[in-house]
Design a protein around this ligand. Structure first.
Ligand code: ADP
Ligand code: MG
Length: 360
């Protein structure tokens, strides 16, 4: 008999769709709800049902309220805390976890003070709502840029980190407090948007324990249940946390191809209190985000690629799908990179060569 609860997902974008897809083999009854264009229905929820979210913020409507006020909305207090960079960075400070030095952009602070504290380039980030590099503003001393008036109290200021590279850790915490992690993922961003991820990489394995200890202390402090992602800057052998996401994460999409339990199933298992063994990583993988580009059936001819197409309207700078490449055969991967360089827009040339240099 299936005793697992029904799971409602607040949001029905690509993450909601992939959570739904991953639930099928587990026979978990799941429904992803559109809260951007809500309808007027009242959801037939029961008190045993469980609620999760595919995003950390949402517009208020009777539908989103019904979901977010359900007593089994797992991690309900965490979303607001992590959706606001001010409270998120305060939590990191409280746990003595290193991140870029920062402060609130309050009514009194001047550009001069920020440059004096953090250097000639200071990154202002909106406290809420930013994603894919949106909601950021560089204060550059050379060009005398100023703090936008309506950013006061609505933004934080961060020191620019001259990092070696960006990595992320995706992990899960179960209701009993046990934490399980995937190997670290190497991430390349272009214009603030993740474009390519690679995992696992043996050259990063010495950082795994450091990353796991940071993310476990965060998840334990929040009494969190489910998948969380931690984006970091690597500076030498030190990790600085850039940001946290209380959900499945783009840099964990490679697990759909490279692991016997992917991040979506991991999250669903944790929510439903199902057993979770350590996921076995079966392939080294690369994930290429498809950004602002039309669906191209030639991708399906690649010998080592899996396509995930989100069926969204294609817009400039919008993530509309991803390709997972298994890297069990270097020659096949190199051939796929050659073809993708021909088929994808100009902006992919450098990231794809970067991918080749990391794996060959
Ligand atoms: P989001 O992903 O929500 O848009 P992030 O804070 O992750 O916001 O910033 C996006 C990207 O901008 C990062 O992945 C990184 O490449 C760059 N970035 C963010 N903060 C800093 C910083 N303090 N110094 C240098 N680069 C940064
Ligand atoms: Mg980010």
């Amino acid at each position: 008999m299936n005793n697992t609860p029904k799971v409602w997902i607040l949001g029905n974008g690509q993450l909601g769709a992939m959570l739904t897809h991953a639930s099928e083999p587990l026979a978990i009854n799941v429904e992803a709800i559109d809260i951007v264009n809500p309808d007027n229905r009242v959801l037939p929820m029961s008190s045993n049902d469980v609620v999760t979210a595919e995003r950390e913020q949402w517009p208020e409507s009777s539908l989103s309220l019904q979901l977010s006020e359900h007593p089994n909305f797992i991690n309900s207090s965490v979303f607001g805390l992590l959706a606001d960079r001010y409270t998120q960075k305060s939590l990191l400070n409280e746990l003595s976890i290193d991140s870029a030095p920062w402060q609130l952009v309050d009514d009194d602070v001047s550009e001069q003070v920020l440059h004096h504290k953090y250097g000639s380039n200071v990154l202002l980030k909106r406290r809420t709502g930013g994603y894919d590099g949106k909601g950021q503003h560089w204060l550059k001393q050379d060009s005398d840029s100023v703090i936008p008036a309506d950013w006061r109290n609505e933004a934080i200021a961060e020191q620019a980190i001259n990092f070696d590279e960006e990595v992320s850790l995706v992990g899960v915490r179960q209701a009993n407090g046990d934490c399980i992690f995937y190997p670290l993922t190497l991430n390349l961003h272009q214009d603030g948007i993740l474009i390519v991820s690679i995992a696992p990489l043996s050259r990063l394995s010495h950082l795994q324990a450091q990353a796991e200890s940071m993310l476990s202390s965060i998840m334990n402090k929040l009494d969190y249940v489910g998948v969380m992602a931690m984006e970091c800057f690597r500076v030498g052998d030190k990790l600085l946390v850039n940001e946290l996401a209380p959900r499945v994460h783009n840099s964990g999409h490679w697990t759909q191809t490279g692991s016997h339990i992917d991040q979506f199933q991991l999250h669903m298992r944790a929510l439903c209190n199902l057993p979770i063994p350590q996921p076995k990583v079966t392939f080294n993988c690369a994930m290429v985000n498809l950004i602002g580009t039309e669906n191209d059936q030639r991708w399906l001819s690649l010998s080592n690629a899996e396509l995930y197409w989100y069926n969204k309207e294609v817009r400039l700078g919008r993530k509309v799908g991803h390709l997972n490449l298994s890297i069990d055969d270097i020659t096949a991967t190199s051939n796929s990179i050659d073809k993708l360089k021909q088929w994808l827009p100009e902006q992919y040339q450098t990231p794809l060569e970067w991918l080749r240099s990391e794996i060959c």
